[in-house]
Design a protein around this ligand. Structure first.
Ligand SMILES: *[C@@H]1O[C@H](CO)[C@@H](O)[C@H](O)[C@H]1NC(C)=O
Ligand SMILES: *[C@@H]1O[C@H](CO)[C@@H](O)[C@H](O)[C@H]1NC(C)=O
Ligand SMILES: *[C@@H]1O[C@H](CO)[C@@H](O)[C@H](O)[C@H]1NC(C)=O
Ligand SMILES: *[C@@H]1O[C@H](CO)[C@@H](O)[C@H](O)[C@H]1NC(C)=O
Ligand SMILES: *[C@@H]1O[C@H](CO)[C@@H](O)[C@H](O)[C@H]1NC(C)=O
Length: 328
């Protein structure tokens, strides 16, 4: 019963938000005269190519098991990718796949977003949970997102470690690309920290193994806010600012005035982690100005999505030339 009520409330909010915000799609969230903006830079073509690949990996997570299993789902399933494992948790909504690309020497983990009512309830359940991390106190994250992640966490970490250490089809030294759309982006952020903590970083994980260092790419698309400023700071310190032995890469891709990116509200103590890559349209994608120094608190760049005045659900469901829906 409570679930039904929550779902109705969530649906009503979303419908009213998108009606309230309705405007022709070619209208910008704010005036173009502000471009090019101070402090933020256009994303280079090479970088865009890579980001579009990661977006397609995330979009592919919505396709059926049959299509995914042999990597035949249209443009989203590009290149030669071998699916290693798919995970589905119907109770709490964690869905996705683990794969590898021998040609590009990458392990790919992709999470899809919320598809059904139960998932939406978790999306809008704001209860914050203590996030445990060595040496850090006061980190809080969205309880619904974390509980959803927690169910698949060990399977995924174990699979990645296995792929890296096995003899046949070894993915030793491969980059790890972790991507996800919507709530899947929140789950991806948890996984990126855990891959760093439990597989890459022998000091934190207190296990001895002989894995060579690898690069972690965390690329999320239209992710909601996940935690408080201390959680955002963990991503800053342990992924974005780390340059030794390898530099990791965090891209929080946002599209125009996507309403989901504005949720849960910052008034509840939630703030996004860096590094936002804001897509205004096909030609204009920006690196936002939100990377802070060691002792500063995280910020959301008001020149990017945080500064948009209206919200819309449409930009959540497509980006660049990729449609992100279960229809594929
Ligand atoms: C893909 O896999 C499914 C079963 O997983 C099979 O039925 C189908 O024929 C395969 N398609 C191709 C093109 O190999
Ligand atoms: C998905 O798989 C089915 C059956 O294997 C196939 O007919 C269909 O073309 C595939 N879809 C895409 C987009 O490739
Ligand atoms: C690997 O990278 C190349 C060059 O960017 C690209 O053309 C190819 O589609 C990629 N393959 C996969 C599976 O990502
Ligand atoms: C695709 O990758 C798999 C696994 O790395 C490999 O066995 C297969 O030969 C590749 N296929 C093509 C067409 O390159
Ligand atoms: C994306 O779509 C636009 C408009 O449909 C088209 O002009 C452009 O060539 C496409 N870009 C890519 C990279 O496919």
């Amino acid at each position: 019963m409570a679930r039904v009520i929550w779902f109705s409330v969530a649906l009503l909010i979303l419908i009213s938000l998108s009606l309230y915000s309705y405007k022709p799609l070619d209208t910008l969230p704010f005036s173009t005269s502000k471009f090019p903006k101070k402090g933020i830079e256009l994303v280079s073509p090479d970088e865009l190519t890579l980001m579009k690949q990661h977006v397609n990996y995330a979009a592919a997570a919505y396709c059926s098991k049959q299509n995914l299993s042999n990597w035949t789902c249209g443009y989203r399933c590009f290149g030669n990718v071998t699916i290693e494992k798919m995970f589905h948790d119907n109770a709490k909504g964690a869905h996705g796949y683990i794969a590898f690309s021998e040609e590009n020497k990458t392990i790919i983990v992709a999470f899809r977003g919320s598809l059904d009512a139960v998932n939406w309830i978790y999306d809008l359940k704001y209860a914050q949970l203590d996030y445990e991390f060595p040496g850090i106190e006061g980190a809080l994250v969205h309880g619904g997102f974390y509980n959803s992640y927690d169910i698949v966490k060990n399977t995924i970490l174990w699979t990645i470690q296995w792929m890296m250490t096995r003899e046949e089809n070894s993915c030793r030294g491969y980059d790890v690309v972790i991507t996800g759309h919507s709530m899947g982006g929140a789950l991806a952020s948890f996984l990126a920290i855990d891959v760093k903590r439990y597989i890459l970083d022998p000091i934190l994980s207190s296990q001895t193994h002989s894995l060579p260092p690898f690069t972690i790419h965390l690329t999320t698309i239209g992710q909601p806010r996940v935690g408080n400023h201390i959680y955002a700071k963990i991503i800053q310190t342990h992924l974005i600012s780390q340059t030794s032995p390898l530099k990791h890469k965090v891209s929080r891709i946002t599209h125009r005035n996507d309403v989901i990116v504005h949720l849960p509200p910052s008034s509840r103590g939630f703030i996004h982690h860096a590094h936002e890559l804001w897509v205004n349209n096909q030609e204009q994608s920006f690196f936002c100005d939100d990377i802070v120094e060691e002792f500063e608190d995280p910020v959301e760049d008001p020149e990017c999505l945080a500064g948009t005045k209206w919200f819309d659900l449409g930009p959540h469901l497509s980006i660049w030339n990729t449609t992100i829906t279960p229809l594929c």
